[in-house]
Design a protein around this ligand. Structure first.
Ligand SMILES: Cc1cc2nc3c(=O)[nH]c(=O)nc-3n(C[C@H](O)[C@H](O)[C@H](O)COP(=O)(O)O)c2cc1C
Length: 197
């Protein structure tokens, strides 16, 4: 499978970056091909401006989107698998990645309504994974309902909700204070997820 890995952390040399390396190593070992998109390093502009706002709310599938958005969509065309790797910030994706969805998941591309108000999509990906390290422990993420909340938003709305048939979240908690045993366990998990993708 050809997999597009979308990485959203300001530092490639971070724990999230190490996790991405472990995941990609597993992916390669399993024989997948991959394209690595470092959204911060590429300078992706996450701000949906007034011009694109008008295009999205006009719901015209045919009106051309900004060139940088079209370039993202061309890259998505090649991907059978999509993997988002990002740190859990204020119980969500970093703002850069939120803006990526605002701008790239356009009307007419990620979703469009057909006559009976059901949705269609032009997305090619058959499978998606959100891979997200977090500071809170797994117990705290569960007790506060944050895993469930992020699953609903990221998986059910942003991924399954636009018609990707299979999507899941791996929210990997316990990183506050950077305990070495937790880091090691999470890196092993990331490698296994890549190998089993
Ligand atoms: C701005 C910011 C917001 C954060 N918000 C949360 C949060 O809401 N919940 C949580 O569990 N961890 C939170 N964290 C901790 C990060 O999720 C954790 O440090 C990260 O997953 C570790 O990866 P890194 O060392 O690669 O940054 C936050 C960290 C930062 C910098």
């Amino acid at each position: 499978m050809h997999v597009l890995v979308l990485f959203a952390h300001p530092h490639r040399a971070s724990f999230t970056g190490e996790l991405a390396d472990a995941f990609c190593e597993g992916l390669r070992e399993a024989g997948h091909s991959l394209e690595f998109a470092d959204l911060y390093q590429e300078g992706f502009n996450p701000l949906l401006d007034g011009g694109q706002f008008r295009l999205e709310t006009a719901m015209d599938s045919e009106s051309p989107r900004p060139e940088d958005v079209q370039a993202e969509q061309v890259r998505l065309e090649r991907a059978e698998g999509l993997v988002f790797i990002y740190p859990f910030w204020w119980s969500d994706v970093p703002a850069l990645l939120k803006g990526w969805f605002d701008r790239v998941w356009t009307y007419g591309y990620a979703y469009a309504y057909v006559e009976d108000r059901s949705r269609t999509t032009r997305l090619k990906a058959r499978k998606a994974l959100a891979l997200c390290p977090a500071g809170h422990t797994d117990e705290k993420l569960d007790a506060l309902g944050l895993r469930e909340a992020h699953h609903r938003v990221m998986v059910e709305d942003r991924l399954l909700g636009v018609g990707i048939p299979e999507a899941r979240l791996e929210l990997l908690g316990g990183l506050s204070g950077n305990p070495p045993d937790v880091r090691q366990r999470i890196l092993e998990r990331a490698h296994a997820l890549g190998a089993g993708f």
